[in-house]
Design a protein. Structure first.
Length: 386
């Protein structure tokens, strides 16, 4: 042991270990850069992977005009005459003439630019020549890959090893989601599998990011109890009111009971916020224990309550803004058509407000639950008694 201690404290030994770590980190970053460059090259040259014809816009001539809408307002209209070259299929390399009508609002149309790529619907004649071609949709995959690469780079640059584990957690959770969707399409009970999936989300997400330790266990227990209690409260209140005040017009297209789908949305949306609070509280308590193993129990409770109260306000706002932000286009459209804001709130935003309220209840409840759970699980840290 003495020999190992001497070796580990030798400057040369430390320098060798530092060099090994630096080379390993450099190799990881080099690998990630190569993967990123490969993905960018692939996504900009993947037209042959699609069955639908894809065309790249090479020239655009625009004619502007105005159009009167049904409510008497004037909206600018732009007629784009486009030349594009087909990038795949049997007509690869041929040039086609396209027309695209775009409005100022761009609700149901596209404002195209040179070098944009679009999917086409092509009709040919008996001589296998193109008789007409129409734009179906914009090709967006390369922009998605761009933003994913930026996200991965930032999370690894800032988060380091924990950032990598966070990415692994996201990947695992995506696999679980698609597995549940696939099972649902085969006739399995969606509610039961969603509850199971939520438990797996919580356990895997926290364990992958924070590792197997008592801090993770306290966060998992706090999240599970907080989610369960908030769902029980929400379920009881909704049942007593017989779902009154919640409008399911947005779910009319579903062939599944909207109440069940909505409750599953509540579970998934709530556990995300609760999990964030739980891991923050348990991490804070663990740090307090590590810094002062003889800290008084009252001091632990006071400090963790202060931390929880600070997080609580911002997280509640985050939930509200996250849910309502998805309804901004609908709100603007309804306001433009003269619907009063009170009707929009009561009819079109009822589900968003319910999701935000239930999530906020879960966040508030998770603070004391995780706090006392963490103290109980970490009680062998020799905490001083008050």
């Amino acid at each position: 042991m003495a020999r190992n201690f001497i070796i580990e404290n030798m400057p040369e030994f430390k320098s060798i270990e530092a060099n090994k770590f630096s080379k390993k980190r450099l190799a990881i970053w080099a690998g990630l850069i190569i993967m990123s460059l490969f993905s960018l090259y692939f996504i900009t040259n993947n037209e042959d992977m699609y069955n639908k014809p894809i065309a790249k816009i090479i020239t655009i001539n625009e004619e502007e005009s105005n159009k009167e809408t049904t409510d008497g307002k004037i909206e600018p209209i732009k007629n784009q005459k486009i030349q594009a070259i087909i990038m795949n299929g049997i007509y690869k390399g041929k040039t086609v003439e396209l027309n695209n009508l775009t409005s100022f609002s761009q609700v149901n149309d596209l404002d195209l630019k040179i070098n944009d790529e679009v999917f086409l619907s092509i009709e040919d004649n008996d001589k296998q020549e193109i008789s007409s071609a129409n734009i179906i949709e914009f090709k967006r995959d390369k922009y998605i890959v761009y933003i994913i690469n930026i996200f991965v780079a930032l999370i690894l640059l800032i988060g380091g090893a924990k950032g990598f584990r966070s990415l692994a957690s996201v990947f695992v959770n995506i696999v679980i989601v698609f597995t549940i969707i696939e099972l649902f399409t085969k006739g399995y009970d969606l509610m039961a599998f969603s509850i199971i999936a939520s438990i797996i989300f919580i356990v895997l997400s926290i364990l992958i990011v924070s590792g197997r330790n008592k801090k993770s266990i306290s966060a998992i227990v706090g999240t599970l109890i907080g989610t369960l209690v908030s769902m029980l409260i929400a379920g009881i209140v909704i049942k007593l009111n017989n779902w009154s005040g919640i409008h399911f017009e947005e779910m009319e297209f579903l062939t599944h009971p909207p109440e069940e789908i909505f409750f599953i949305e509540l579970i998934i949306g709530t556990l995300g916020g609760i999990m964030d609070i739980a891991i923050s509280i348990s991490s804070a308590i663990k740090e307090l224990y590590d810094k002062n193993p003889h800290i008084k129990r009252k001091a632990i409770i006071k400090s963790s309550r202060e931390i929880g109260q600070d997080i609580m306000g911002t997280m509640a706002n985050t939930l509200v803004f996250a849910y309502i932000s998805g309804s901004v286009p609908t709100i603007l459209l309804l306001l433009r058509n003269g619907m009063p804001i009170t009707n929009i709130i009561s009819f079109n935003l009822s589900m968003e407000f319910m999701r935000a309220i239930v999530g906020s209840i879960g966040i508030v409840l998770s603070i004391p639950i995780t706090m006392y759970t963490s103290i109980l699980i970490l009680k062998n840290q020799k905490i001083g008694e008050a």
